[in-house]
Design a protein around this ligand. Structure first.
Ligand SMILES: [Zn+2]
Length: 185
């Protein structure tokens, strides 16, 4: 499976692995191996890692805690105390760290536990900085992807042009076409 990375932050891309959260939920991480694939495609690891069933369950729980916590912040609410504890716990563990080889090259490697620590730390770093005020939900109906709007005018509406942006443009074009046709007839 090829994953999509459009959020501008790893923790938000991770949240996006459960799509259409309010309607027809689509789970992209249906298997522990897919978590490893996701991390490799995200550029967090150079090669696949072992992910146990326990690691996988922990990853999904962490992902949902990240989602709830970001939404709480966007809605000016407080995160759940259990999520605060969980995120602080993961965030305090050793994250993924590239390893320098004798020949001068470096490799991105680590364990599933380190991967989860990195994702939690990425969220905590996001919440600590200014970028959290630029986090938005995609404006396309049903899409629940979150992203950092780093456009200067802060006018990005969609998670990605290749994903929802094109769909929205096609729909607007058809609407204009229909409107034009109805004026002619
Ligand atoms: Zn979208």
């Amino acid at each position: 499976m090829t994953f999509v990375y459009v959020s501008g932050r790893r923790c938000l891309d991770f949240v996006g692995t459960l799509k259409w959260r309010q309607s027809a939920r689509q789970e992209l991480l249906t298997d522990p191996e897919l978590l490893s694939d996701w991390a490799v495609q995200a550029g967090m690891l150079d090669a696949g890692i072992d992910v146990s069933d326990d690691d996988f369950a922990a990853a999904i729980a962490l992902r949902e805690a990240i989602y709830r916590t970001v939404i709480a912040r966007l809605e000016h609410g407080r995160p759940k105390p259990a999520d605060v504890d969980l995120l602080n716990d993961y965030g305090s563990h050793p994250p993924l760290t590239p390893r320098l080889e004798r020949n001068g090259t470096a490799r991105r490697e680590g364990t599933a536990a380190q991967l989860l620590a990195s994702l939690a730390a990425d969220l905590l770093d996001l919440l600590a900085g200014d970028d959290i005020d630029r986090v938005k939900g995609c404006a396309h109906e049903g899409c629940t992807r979150l992203y950092v709007d780093s456009s200067r005018a802060k006018n990005r509406h969609w998670c990605g042009m290749g994903t929802c942006g094109n769909k929205a443009k096609v729909r607007a074009f058809r609407q204009r076409q229909r409107a034009a046709e109805s004026t002619i007839s």
